[in-house]
Design a protein around this ligand. Structure first.
Ligand code: ATP
Ligand code: MG
Ligand code: FE
Length: 353
C-alpha cells in the first residue's frame, strides 16, 4: 500500500508518502514538514486563526513536494489519509477538505485518521513494535498512558487531570521569561542548574491509578519564582532543573503505575514501552524512561524526534494500517475538534482529547 498522509491539526503543515507491505514492513518515501513556530512565537503560543490561514497558504505546495520526493502521481496511490482531529478546527478543515478533493479527483479511498491514533501507531512504523504495547503520549496538548491492543483498540489507562506535560514546560518557560516554545529552553536551562535547590512537589506519586496532575507543581514553581524576583540567571537555571527533576520522577512513577494497570487489564506485560509526542525530545525524560523500560523487562521504543512531533508520515502510516484492514471513510466524514481514542474516555469527566 502507498498512502499520502496530511497533517494540519496544530502548527505543523506536513504531507508524506509511506509504503506498507502486507507483512507490515514500512518505508517512508517522503515526509515534508513545515513548522509555523516562527509565525506564532511573537504571540507566545499558537494562534488558531493564523495557523489555519498558514495551512491554506502552503498545504498545496507541501503535498506537491511530498509527491515529487516520492516520485509518484496521485493515480499510483492506494489511498489518501488526513488527520480529521482532534485539534484546532480551522486547520483540521483545511487538511481534511484537501484530502477529500484529492480522493475524489483521483478516485482513491479516503481515510480520516485520528491524530492521537497516528501518534499511537508510529512505533510500528519506526520500530515494527507488535501489539499489545504500553504507550506514553506526552505532547503540548495531551498526556496519556494507553494500552495499544490493535489498530482501533486503545484503552486509556490514565490521563492528566489538568495540564499536559508539554503545556507545563511551556507555562514554566513563560513565567521565567524564556522564549516560546518553552520545552527545549527549560531543558537547556535545567542542564546548567542544580536540581536539589528547590524541593518541588511530586503530584500523584505512588497513586495506583496511572493519572497525572501537573498544575500544583507549576504553581509551586510560580510561587518560588515570585519569592525570588528579580531572578538571576542562576535562579532560572535552578528553578528549571528542580522543575524538570520533579517531572521526571512523576513520569517514571506514573509509567510504573501504567505498567501495572496494563498487566491487570491484559493479563500480560507489554511488548514494549513506547513514547510519543514532542516532550519525548527531552533527554532527561528519555534517559529515565529507558531505565524504567529495562526495569520493567520490556523493550523501549522511541521514534526519532521528527516522528515524535506532528508529521505527515504518522498520518500516512495510520491510514495504511487502517486500509490494510479494509477500513476507510466516506467523503461525508466530518472534522472533529475533540475526538478521544478510547470510547470509555469519551464519557469520562476529565476527558481532554
Ligand atoms: P498535540 O500533539 O497534543 O496536539 P502539540 O502539537 O503541541 O500537541 P507536539 O508538537 O508533539 O505537541 O509537542 C510540542 C510540545 O513538546 C510543546 O509543549 C513543547 O514545549 C514540548 N517539548 C518539545 N521539546 C521539549 C523538550 N526538550 N523538553 C520538554 N518539552 C519539550
Ligand atoms: Mg506541534
Ligand atoms: Fe500531536
Amino acid at each position: 500500500l502507498l498512502v499520502l498522509g496530511i497533517e494540519t491539526t496544530c502548527d505543523e503543515t506536513s504531507a508524506a508518502v509511506v509504503a506498507r507491505s502486507s507483512s507490515g514492513a514500512s518505508d517512508i518515501r517522503s515526509n515534508v514538514i513545515r513548522s509555523q513556530i516562527a509565525i506564532h512565537s511573537p504571540y507566545g503560543g499558537v494562534v488558531p486563526e493564523i495557523a489555519a490561514r498558514a495551512h491554506v497558504e502552503i498545504l498545496d505546495h507541501v503535498i506537491a513536494e511530498a509527491m515529487r520526493q516520492a516520485n509518484l502521481s496521485f493515480s499510483e496511490l492506494s489511498g489518501i489519509a488526513a488527520a480529521a482531529g482532534p485539534g484546532l478546527i480551522g486547520g483540521v478543515i483545511v487538511g481534511l477538505t484537501t484530502a477529500k478533493a484529492i480522493a475524489l479527483a483521483a478516485r482513491k479511498p479516503l481515510v480520516a485518521v485520528n491524530h492521537l491514533e497516528a501518534h499511537a501507531l508510529t512505533a510500528r512504523l519506526t520500530d515494527g513494535v507488535a501489539f499489545p504495547y504500553l504507550l506514553l503520549l506526552v505532547s503540548g496538548g495531551h498526556t496519556q498512558l494507553l494500552a495499544v491492543e490493535d489498530v482501533g483498540r486503545y484503552t486509556r489507562l490514565g490521563t492528566t487531570l489538568d495540564d499536559a506535560v508539554g503545556e507545563a514546560f511551556d507555562k514554566v518557560a513563560k513565567m521565567l521569561s524564556l522564549p516560546y516554545p518553552g520545552g527545549p529552553q527549560v531543558e537547556a536551562q535545567a542542564a546548567q542548574g542544580h536540581a536539589d535547590r528547590f524541593a518541588f512537589p511530586r503530584p500523584m506519586l505512588g497513586r495506583r491509578e496511572p493519572d497525572f496532575s501537573l498544575s500544583g507543581l507549576k504553581t509551586a514553581v510560580r510561587l518560588e519564582a515570585e519569592k525570588l524576583a528579580p531572578l538571576t540567571d542562576e535562579d532560572v537555571a535552578d528553578l528549571c532543573a528542580s522543575f524538570q527533576a520533579a517531572v521526571v520522577e512523576v513520569i517514571v512513577d506514573r509509567v510504573k503505575a501504567g505498567a501495572r494497570a496494563f498487566r491487570d487489564r491484559l493479563g500480560r506485560g507489554p511488548t514494549a514501552l513506547v513514547v510519543a509526542g514532542g516532550v519525548a525530545a527531552n533527554g532527561a525524560i528519555r534517559a529515565a524512561l529507558a531505565r524504567q523500560a529495562a526495569e520493567l523487562n520490556t523493550r523501549f521504543a522511541l521514534p526519532a524526534p521528527d516522528l515524535c512531533t506532528d508529521n505527515g508520515a504518522m498520518i500516512a502510516w495510520a491510514g495504511a494500517e487502517r486500509l490494510s484492514r479494509g477500513l476507510h471513510d466516506s467523503l461525508e466524514v466530518s472534522p472533529r475538534a475533540r475526538w478521544p481514542l478510547d470510547p470509555v474516555a469519551a464519557a469520562s469527566p476529565h476527558a481532554r482529547a
